[in-house]
Design a binder for this molecule. Structure first.
Ligand SMILES: C[S@@+](CC[C@H](N)C(=O)[O-])C[C@H]1O[C@@H](n2cnc3c(N)ncnc32)[C@H](O)[C@@H]1O
Length: 266
């Protein structure tokens, strides 16, 4: 695997420190813990892109067995330090999501790739990751992850949206737009409007990361060859988005997707 710009960012000691300091659960993750509370104690879980272990705090104690992986050795080192007291039902390993060959087929009941970790992988490799997750997941198991919403960022590229009655707000918004345009010189609002997905640099970690953004409908379509019963959850509020109108107009920066693994028809 090539050691790309994103990998360099995620091995940076300051970025590792930042992720190790995070402790808050996201609303959609909380919804899923409640939804699966009866089953979690029987589940073997794979937490992909575990970072500094934010989600370890919430899941590792409630599942039967927990494995946290990350392609950044520095992140895994930080997790091992933080959870040094953990018993052998909690494991951390350096592993790239694009190659899960160290895990056998049908190993996990619940697979998590939280906080948009999948968005730091190229388009073709993203499909490869879904394939790998399906392979290591058990039939009847679940994959839960979040991804950036193109409907959220495209508005940021629209200068008209940044005009406000408050001159200071207008100024701040336009400076932000200038940064976005500077770091993404080949991307325009009109171009984004006609795309189903885009890879761009947003303000996270000072525009260092190349981040994948996708429309919710396109995300569902992309998942369908690998998973079934796909449900979308609001990142901010944690509820399931069941209405078509809400999905089409949703402009949250990212959304969560719950996917069912069904291998009976293979
Ligand atoms: C935005 S951080 C989220 C960290 C953590 N899940 C959290 O919620 O705080 C994304 C994480 O995904 C990891 N990551 C990105 N691409 C990966 C890949 N191909 N394989 C494994 N981990 C990856 C990064 O190293 C980073 O730790």
């Amino acid at each position: 695997m090539d050691k790309d710009t994103n990998w360099k960012t995620y091995t940076d000691s300051n970025i590792v420190k930042y992720y190790s300091s995070l402790s808050q659960i996201q609303p959609a993750e909380e919804t899923i813990i409640k939804r699966f509370q009866q089953q979690l104690s029987t589940m073997t879980m794979l937490d992909i892109g575990v970072g500094g272990g934010r989600t370890t705090k919430y899941f590792s104690n409630v599942v039967k067995k927990y494995i946290g992986i990350d392609y950044s050795p520095e992140m895994i080192e930080a997790c091992k330090k933080q959870f040094f007291h953990a018993n052998n039902t909690i494991l951390f390993k350096v592993c790239d999501a694009r190659d899960l060959s160290q895990f056998e087929d049908n190993s996990f009941d619940f697979i998590l790739f939280s906080f948009n970790g999948i968005d730091y992988i190229s388009h073709n490799e993203r499909l490869q990751v879904f394939q790998e997750i399906r392979r290591v997941g058990k039939s009847g198991g679940y994959f839960f992850f979040s991804t950036h919403n193109l409907q959220g960022i495209e508005q940021e590229f629209n200068w008209k949206k940044h005009l406000s009655f408050n001159p200071f707000m207008t100024y701040v918004n336009l400076v932000m737009l200038a940064f976005l345009r500077f770091f993404n010189p080949s991307i325009s609002y009109h171009q984004l409007k006609s795309n189903n997905y885009a890879i761009l640099k947003d303000e996270s970690h000072n525009f260092r990361l190349k981040t994948y953004y996708i429309r919710p409908h396109q995300q569902i379509k992309q998942l369908e060859p690998y998973f079934s019963h796909i449900q979308v959850y609001s990142w901010k509020y944690g509820h399931e988005i069941t209405q078509e109108t809400e999905l089409i107009s949703n402009s949250e920066m990212w959304l969560y997707y719950l996917c069912f693994i069904d291998k009976n028809s293979d």
